[in-house]
Structure formats: C-alpha cells, structure tokens
Ligand binder design. Structure first.
Ligand code: PEP
Ligand code: MN
Length: 237
C-alpha cells in the first residue's frame, strides 16, 4: 500500500526527534512524501523562522534514514541551487508565486515543483507562473490550491477554491493538488474539505499533520492528528 497521492507532515519543526516520530507514523500508513518546512516565510518577523540550513540537514538525514521522500519549501535562488537536486519535490510557497527569478531557477532543475497559488492570484496568473518553470526546462510542475483571500469574513484564514480543480483539469495539462490546512486554518475543517477536494477530483492532497498537533510550533490550529489522517486515507481507498 503506497499512498503517493498524499503529502503530509508538520508545518515546521524544532528538532530531529520531532520529524522522526511523525515520519515513522506516516510511513506506517503507506505515506511516501513527507512535508516539513525549514525555510519558513512567516508573516510576522518575530515568529519562528524555521531551523533553516540546520533543518535542511535534518530533513536530508531523515530521507536517508527512513527512505522517505522529502517535500520542502525553498525560498531563494541559492537554496534551490544548493538543495534543489537533493530533495524530492521543491515547494514554492504562495508568497513566492510571483517571484519569477525563483521560478526560473526551479525550472533549471528536474526535481518536481509544487507551485502554490498566491493569496489573490487569478487562474491565469497562476498558470503563467507555472509556465515560467516549464519554459526554463522543468516540465514537472504540480499546482497547489491552498485557499484564497476573502473580503467577507475573518473566521477562516482563507477560502478553499475547489473550482480550481475542474478549471485546471479542463484548461491545462497540469496536475492539481489541494492543501486544506492553509485554506481554513482550522483543523476541524481539514477532513471535510479534504474529502470535498477528493470528490471534486483533486490529484492529491498536501496536509499538515503532527503526532501531537497542540505541540506544533507553527500552525498548530490547523494541524490534524493521526486519527483524522487515517479517516482521510480511508475515504480515498
Ligand atoms: C506551508 O505549506 O507551510 C506554507 C507556508 O504554505 P503557503 O505558502 O501556502 O502559505
Ligand atoms: Mn504551515
């Protein structure tokens, strides 16, 4: 049982033990792709920015030790040059969707790229951003819908635009995955929205999961536990 369609793991982490414990549990469940950020682009400059290079060394150690694939966000051209070929999927975050020089650098590698939709990007802006990566030589681009800004309420972080799934499938040849965690910012919404995305035909999910969500140093409110993850996996089977 190999669940290639789901990418899971914590938002970020404080030490090796933390990612090891989570990754072991994910592996048991047949999850192949482990996500965790170490170069964090945080809205607040005073919040934890990730372990940076030290964290990347931990992720590479985890990859070797557990034979798990690593998905992590790279935020600068230099990071992509240094680590782009060492990890399994490069994540380009919502805040960098318009960073065209960064996109071109991701295009100079053959590592698959997950391109997150910027908070307020139109479909065309998002698709054109993906073309920057392709035109630089990397065909393996996966779009990720992660919720867009809405002007009408602040109860949720963003609003998940599930219409993006049929739109991207009908109008492009890109694969699209959905991140229900950053969409609402609320853990109780992750399971129903993950199921809705699956019903709408998403090619995959990217989800923040932790063995102890309440201890998560970042995004703990939207991080689901293993039991919730099990129910999402069960739904897709
Ligand atoms: C993340 O996946 O941890 C992240 C920061 O996402 P986004 O770029 O969508 O905000
Ligand atoms: Mn996060």
């Amino acid at each position: 049982m190999n669940h290639q369609w789901i990418i899971a793991g914590p938002c970020t982490f404080k030490d090796y033990e933390e990612i090891y414990e989570i990754a072991i549990e994910l592996k048991k469940r047949g999850i192949v792709y482990f996500r965790a950020g170490t170069f964090k682009l945080r809205t607040d400059p005073n919040s934890f920015q990730g372990l940076q290079e030290e964290g990347m060394e931990m992720l590479l150690k985890l990859k070797k030790e557990l034979n798990i694939k690593i998905v992590t966000e790279l935020t600068t051209i230099n990071q992509i040059k240094k680590y782009g070929d060492k990890i399994d999927i490069i994540q380009i975050g919502a805040r960098n969707m318009y960073n065209y020089e960064l996109l071109k650098e991701a295009g100079r590698h053959q590592t698959p790229v997950i391109l997150k939709r910027a908070f307020s990007a139109t479909y065309q802006e998002w698709i054109k951003a993906a073309e920057y990566i392709r035109q630089a030589g990397n065909n393996n681009v996966i779009l990720c819908e992660r919720g867009i800004r809405n002007l009408f309420s602040n109860e949720t972080r963003n609003v998940l635009d599930l219409q993006a799934i049929p739109y991207i499938h009908k109008n492009t040849d890109y694969k699209i995955i959905v991140d229900p965690s950053h969409a609402s910012g609320l853990s109780y919404m992750v399971e129903p929205m993950a199921k809705a995305a699956l019903a709408a035909g998403t090619d995959g999910l990217l989800i923040e999961v932790h063995t102890h969500p309440e201890e998560s140093i970042c995004d703990s409110n939207q991080t689901i536990d293993l039991e919730t993850l099990d129910r999402i996996i069960e739904r897709r089977k």
